[in-house]
Design a protein around this ligand. Structure first.
Ligand SMILES: Cc1cc2nc3c(=O)[nH]c(=O)nc-3n(C[C@H](O)[C@H](O)[C@H](O)COP(=O)(O)OP(=O)(O)OC[C@H]3O[C@@H](n4cnc5c(N)ncnc54)[C@H](O)[C@@H]3O)c2cc1C
Length: 248
């Protein structure tokens, strides 16, 4: 199967000079899963701005509507309203199905060119670096052994990495199948939140996170009163009021 396609769009929201930020808004990254279907919105605090974006797996809709989704997402967070937005930029992110071809003849592919984005968060930097290191090591070993690298064999070298990515796709399939109205319950579930954070920080494999999340989803959805997700520092208005969302 070829790679699947996702899209990311992002913009920076530059602080006004007099912005008085709560500490939590300076330190906490926000992932909001009830913003778009098949994806999420993020707010990453930086020194003098917030990086704000939307990630969405394409279901035949490509990048259509993403700019509007970013504008609506930002408008829903009072802390961003006083910031100056820079131009939004977007790109496709090819996500791995775990089975896509990555080499032939004298050509091998790494990173996004090999379709090594992971499906749930749309992360690709770590996999681009890991695939580059694997490629350099493999080319060196092959040439020291006196052979010319054959691209058709490179897939075997990337197999462990692609197997890992296959679990990310399974996590995306499990999580993004949940209707948006129930996403808040997943965000409010401690086990799911911890599994996602550990995965993001590279402290657990996608494989082990998949099993933790897949087992937990039915309980999280069934739990009564579970709609209140983590309070978000970005949702505070001037009066300090907050609203619950499907946030991590
Ligand atoms: C909005 C957005 C936010 C993202 N956020 C994250 C994130 O927070 N964390 C994360 O892990 N991933 C993130 N990603 C995904 C990540 O950016 C990519 O997966 C990663 O950059 C892939 O690295 P790469 O080196 O394979 O490709 P690229 O970073 O695309 O690098 C390829 C380079 O090759 C150059 N190039 C292309 N064609 C030619 C040519 N013919 N000749 C010479 N040069 C050429 C390009 O200009 C480019 O500089 C995000 C993606 C998007 C769209």
């Amino acid at each position: 199967m070829p790679t699947a396609l996702a899209f990311g769009i992002e913009a920076n929201y530059v602080h006004p000079a007099d912005l008085d930020l709560p500490d939590a808004a300076r330190c906490n990254a926000l992932f909001d899963f009830d913003t778009v279907r098949n994806g999420y919105g993020w707010i990453f605090p930086k020194r003098d701005h917030f990086n704000v974006g939307i990630y969405r797996i394409s279901k035949g809709d490509g990048a259509s509507g993403l700019k509007g989704a970013l504008a609506r997402f930002a408008a829903a967070h009072p802390l961003l309203r006083r910031c100056r937005m820079t131009e939004a930029v977007g790109q496709p992110i090819p996500i791995s199905t775990g089975t896509q071809p990555v080499g032939r003849g004298r050509v091998i592919l790494i990173g996004d060119a090999a379709g090594l984005g992971e499906a749930f968060f749309g992360e690709g930097i770590a996999f681009a670096l890991r695939s580059a290191a694997i490629a350099a090591d493999w080319i060196g070993r092959t040439m020291r052994a006196g052979s010319a690298p054959d691209g058709a064999r490179f897939g075997a070298e990337l197999r462990p990495l692609m197997d890992e990515l296959r679990y990310s796709l399974r996590i995306a399939q499990a999580m993004y199948r949940v209707p948006p109205a129930w996403m808040g319950r997943l965000g409010a579930d401690g086990t799911i939140r911890e599994a996602l954070v550990m995965m993001l920080e590279g402290r657990s494999s996608y494989r082990s996170s998949f099993w933790r999340i897949a087992r937990r989803i039915p309980f999280a959805i069934a739990r009564r009163g579970g709609m209140a997700a983590a309070p978000s520092p970005f949702d505070q208005d001037a009066a300090g009021n907050e609203k619950g969302r499907g946030t991590v």
